[in-house]
Design a protein around this ligand. Structure first.
Ligand SMILES: NC(=O)C1=CN([C@@H]2O[C@H](COP(=O)(O)OP(=O)(O)OC[C@H]3O[C@@H](n4cnc5c(N)ncnc54)[C@H](OP(=O)(O)O)[C@@H]3O)[C@@H](O)[C@H]2O)C=CC1
Ligand SMILES: CC(=O)N[C@@H](CCC(=O)OP(=O)(O)O)C(=O)O
Length: 342
């Protein structure tokens, strides 16, 4: 297959390019860049890609559709929905890493993203939380989930598919490395601010809150608004979401353990670690989401810890997983990434 990649100069685009290069069903990755006006090479266009002769083409949607079988958009929210219009119109296969088509209600998008919602295509797009819903196989337009949303939803899936918990006081405390903030430099992501520091940002305003709620309500109509906080960690890659849930009386740790085992067993890239709590380093460089639990009997509170690599499971790896589902390839094609903890 030939695939188009838009956004190679960005963080997610770079990791996606690396993964697609190792995908046995992809024999050509064509790069399209809105900053080039004639055909060039990866080495001549992007820093650190020494010797890479793959072609980079000026951005042109009809060329993309003529020369490729699918397109990956690793481009910002607000931009992607505009670029995607001709592809949606033609029913051309797209995997979209941005937030533009994740929310089904355009007003909710505008309230949380503070940008105009997509003018069309919302009905065609499917939210691809790949380990659980396999909707990519049913559509030509996949909205790849957000990084925090992926870690949070994976940890909360068992909770919202059972009646063992109170659903009105779920608290999520999530922390991300700086690559989640994209490549542009801001004062808050400046090295001097991030290094040896930990800071909360977007309290109660994070754009992943509606995306998480949309999926939780689909899993359980009785879901109530969660408390969700995000912080910036002084590391480049990785997310840890720590979640707190009240357990109903007479529910014990063995039942909770069995529930998590059963609910996460069929999720191909989710590993339930039981009471051995996972850390970020064990998933960085892989498409895994590791989930562990600790139960405090004195106050009937369950803590769930979920970790991912934000650039792989939280973006490019999940995009490849959705691509595999869309085209009927093995779920782990291009994603057999050796885990190396040093
Ligand atoms: N970083 C992460 O952990 C995650 C990111 N995402 C989403 O994935 C997408 C990419 O993220 P990330 O790589 O971090 O972002 P970056 O800002 O690092 O990269 C964005 C890319 O989009 C390109 N781009 C910007 N505007 C346009 C345009 N008008 N036309 C064509 N290309 C354009 C940029 O090109 P240039 O700047 O060179 O002009 C760059 O290549 C975003 O939607 C992000 O929200 C999702 C989950 C996790
Ligand atoms: C550390 C950091 O700043 N992370 C970003 C995550 C951005 C992202 O993943 O964008 P999507 O909304 O497209 O998923 C944030 O919190 O906004």
């Amino acid at each position: 297959m030939k695939v188009a990649l838009i956004g190679l100069s960005g963080y997610a685009g770079k990791v996606l390019y690396q993964l697609l290069g190792g995908h046995s069903r992809v024999n050509q990755v064509n790069i399209y860049d809105h900053n080039v006006d004639e055909v060039t090479t990866v080495a001549d266009t992007y820093k650190g890609m020494i010797g890479n002769r793959d072609r980079v083409y000026p951005y042109d949607y009809s060329e993309i559709m003529n020369k490729n079988d699918a397109a990956f958009f690793a481009t910002p929210a607000g931009v992607t929905s505009k670029l995607a219009q001709p592809f949606i119109h033609e029913g051309f296969p797209v995997i979209d890493l941005s937030g533009d088509y994740r929310l089904t209600d355009p007003q909710t998008y505008e309230d949380w993203y503070h940008k105009p919602a997509a003018v069309s295509g919302l009905d065609e797009a499917e939210y691809g939380i790949a380990d659980f819903n396999h909707l990519a196989s049913t559509t030509n337009y996949v909205a790849n989930p957000g990084c925090y949303a992926t870690a949070t939803l994976t940890g909360l899936k068992p909770v919202f598919n059972s009646d063992m918990f109170s659903l009105d006081s779920v608290i999520v405390d999530a922390k991300s490395g700086t690559s989640g903030a994209c490549k542009r430099l801001t004062e808050s992501s400046h090295f001097t601010n991030v290094n040896e520091n930990l800071s909360v940002y977007k309290p109660n305003q994070h754009q992943h809150i509606p995306e998480i709620m949309q999926q939780l309500v689909e899993w359980n109509h009785e879901a109530k608004p969660i408390q969700f906080t995000t912080s910036l960690l002084p590391i480049s890659r990785g997310i840890m979401a720590t979640m707190y849930v009240k357990v109903k009386p007479d529910v014990g740790i063995s039942e909770i353990d069995e529930l998590f085992e059963a609910e996460l067993a069929d999720a191909p890239f989710t590993r339930f670690t039981g009471t051995e709590l996972p850390d970020i380093k064990e998933v960085v460089g892989t498409n895994f989401c590791d989930v562990g639990i600790a139960y405090n009997e004195t106050n009937q509170t369950l803590m769930i810890v979920s970790v991912i690599d934000n650039l792989i499971k939280g973006a490019s790896g999940q995009a490849v997983q959705n691509f595999n589902q869309m085209f009927g390839f093995a779920e782990d094609e291009g994603l057999k990434l050796a885990q190396v903890t040093v």
